[in-house]
Ligand binder design. Sequence first.
Ligand code: CTP
Length: 231
Amino acid sequence: MPLSDKKVIVTGGPTYEFLDPVRFISNRSSGKMGKALADESFKRAREIVFIHGPMHKSLLAGIEYRTVAVESTREMLDAVLVELTPDSVLIMAAAPADYRPAEKSLTKIKKKEDELIVRFVKNPDILKTVAEIRSTQFPLRNIFLVGFAAETNDIENYAKNKMREKDLDIICVNDVGKPDAGFGVDTNIVTIFTRWGDRYELPLLSKQEVASRILDCVEKGIECKGEKFLP
Ligand code: CTP
């Protein structure tokens, strides 16, 4: 099994971007898809690390593999970079915040005016950063990259564009327009597109089963890497 030689780095959950010591912006990601992928990777890979944003404690109870807790997108990027090795598979199931407040107040913001205008600046894109490292640092050229996308329409077009734009080997698209495929639930509806041209439209499945199908696909990709689609 090709994953038994690999280190799998899975990210999951949201990130928090603080406005002041008590307030942050985030999103509704629960981390369940990432956790399912980490559990499944634990069964198959040589090594697994789960880098996660803030998640419900009950989801993290009893985990037998290494976990790294982070809060912000920049912390998640740093944690991913620390873990990267030439034999890594990076599965970015997290929903890192794309923007952060331009300034973080050191003290709690008091209500004064009728309006509060917050300026946001862009966070680094973790997948793009790793793809760039892969293309410029020769020892890391075999890193395998899996990304996610949440789409409601025109799935194939958006997925293929994102795969190209982020230089991914696999993209897994959540069809968030459908019931039971949204945030926080235990099921998902995913379509997988691969760099080597496969498309798998999965039915409504448990996140554990989706994770297993995604890893099957990763294993297939690792097997044919070097023949068909070396970046
Ligand atoms: N991602 C990342 N770094 C970020 C944000 C997202 O690596 N700063 C990863 C996510 O983990 C996911 C993929 O990129 O694997 C999602 O891509 P993104 O362009 O953020 O998708 P959407 O959130 O669907 O963005 P958009 O609404 O712009 O299509």
